[in-house]
Design a protein around this ligand. Sequence first.
Ligand code: KG4
Ligand code: ZN
Length: 356
Amino acid sequence: MPDRAVTVLGIETSCDETAAAVLRLDGRRVEILGETVRSQTEAHAPYGGVVPEIAARAHADLADLSVQRAMDAAGIGYGDLDGVAATSGPGLIGGVLVGLMTGKAVAQATGVPFIPVNHLEGHALSPRLTEDCPFPYLLLLVSGGHCQFLQVRGLGDYVRLGTTIDDAAGEAFDKTAKKLGLGFPGGPAVERMAEGGNPQAVDLPRPLLNRPGLDMSFAGLKTAVARAADEGVDAADLCASFQAAVCDVLADKTRRALEMTGEQRLVVAGGVAANRAIRGALDSVAEAAGARLIAPPLKYCTDNAAMIALAGAERLAAGLAPEDGLTVRARPRWPLDELAAARDPAYGGGKRGAKA
Ligand code: KG4
Ligand code: ZN
């Protein structure tokens, strides 16, 4: 039976972007009818990182307005929706609750299914927003909150091949910028600063490089950067050396991941994918492995609601939307590959575990 065409509203509030989007999926054809993203960067900038309480309040202020804007931009009525999707984890719990409750309210009022979406599934499917990117493919998700390799085998069929065992790569960029007083978010600032520096100037560690397996670690690198900064190393040299270390780790692990899986497509998503040096390194690795690098446009690399709407629409069209969507709870931690997580002591059984 061919999948039916569906129009879905998506809501994303799991970190510091309040976003809503309306999308129509007809077979493999995706049409984004309306979308809005409001970033809270300015509210968090004085603190050099995302403050959960500030984020939650901002989401509460903006969520319903964002939905209205996306619907207005789409030029359709609520009666035209076939489903409502919202990120229900993982993420900062206050924000996730806001998006989840907003989504449930719209779904209930319009009488359409509510589809809870795993934020990571949104990222995993994001290349399909703008490209014909058939399953399977290898995904490297590198953002401020996540740093992991996923084998995307099909809708709802993801295998986590490796993850950071401590900080995410974007977090390391943000901490480096904070230490050097470069502002928030740190990634773009560090990249700009690195342009004038010597990447060989400072000998920084590349944790877990040349070790088997696809797990990564950036906490030691972050500490080494802080120490070098305290010793008065030139900021441009330090940024260039730091960026080179991150590049080396990501490139080496990606090479291994492509070798292990034999995938022909490498998708890179997450805010760190904006970094030109990292993109360049991944491009070379992909080419050497005979694979194609697919990087979604930047606005779909970073957090957005179109990817959440797409995940909801794909599930709805495939008959995979849960019947009890309205009873689903917000989950601060929700690994996409539950089996891998269960095997991984870093996740543990409780609230603690690797942040990413
Ligand atoms: O995907 P994203 O917008 O949000 C989540 O973390 O979910 O990613 C933001 C992260 C931040 O840590 C930011 O510093 C990093 O992506 N980032 C970059 C660059 N632009 C953003 N890191 C390195 N180079 C960049 N040009
Ligand atoms: Zn994200």
